[in-house]
Design a protein around this ligand. Structure first.
Ligand code: GDP
Ligand code: MG
Length: 192
């Protein structure tokens, strides 16, 4: 089985880092490599356009397609063909929240085909945000009303399928492994 997963979000929210952690987890599962001993210090360079990473996990080939914010006006052209979407937010960076809000709400409002596709919202970088900041971020993004966003085409009133995870993508930490593992579990369960 092959599945394409979009990984999107504002700049520096941790998209490449999450993909790297997921690749490490899948490598551990497939080859028994312990990623703490792998090259986890590898420098992650900013993604300007599109980056694709293939991951094999339990006989499924995932194509994780990272779309940089520089091409956010073209994100919609990738929606139709993908199976699920992961949207990252940097909870530690208050300056980025309004951009994240606009990007996320634009996706959910103007892209009705998403009604039937699973969406994972990752609140990333909790390791460098205190509880108050995280709560403020959640309020800024209006998370409690996300699933009820009215659809532009007015078709049906089914709530959107949105799952929210929070965590961090730091290499070589149990928290980094946990978020990546939970993300992989979500991908597997959302494709069933
Ligand atoms: N403290 C912390 N830093 C992170 C985390 N995730 C990513 N970063 C850092 O944030 C910066 C941007 O990450 P990157 O994955 O390139 O973001 P992208 O632009 O969304 O792909 C890098 O310096 C990462 O090391 C996290 O969970 N916690
Ligand atoms: Mg990147």
């Amino acid at each position: 089985m092959t599945a394409e997963i979009l990984v999107i979000g504002a700049e520096s929210t941790g998209k490449s880092s999450l993909i790297k952690r997921i690749r490490e987890i899948s490598s551990l599962q497939s080859h028994g490599n312990d990623f703490d001993t792998m090259n986890s210090n590898e420098v992650i360079t900013p993604t300007i356009g599109v980056d694709i990473v293939d991951i094999n996990y339990f006989s499924t080939l995932f194509k994780l397609r990272e779309l940089g914010v520089a091409i956010s006006s073209r994100w919609h052209s990738y929606y139709e063909d993908c199976d699920a979407m992961i949207f990252l937010v940097d909870v530690s960076d208050a300056a980025s929240w309004s951009q994240s809000y606009v990007l996320l709400h634009d996706c959910l409002t103007f892209l009705p085909q998403w009604k039937k596709k699973p969406i994972l919202l990752v609140l990333n970088k909790v390791d460098i945000a205190d509880e108050m900041t995280i709560k403020t971020c959640e309020r800024m993004l209006r998370l409690e009303t996300l699933t009820q966003i009215p659809q532009e085409d007015g078709e049906g009133q089914d709530p959107l399928q949105i799952t929210i995870l929070s965590g961090c993508c730091l290499s070589g930490t149990s928290e980094g492994k946990t978020l990546a593992k939970h993300t992989l579990d979500w991908i597997m369960s959302s494709l069933k």
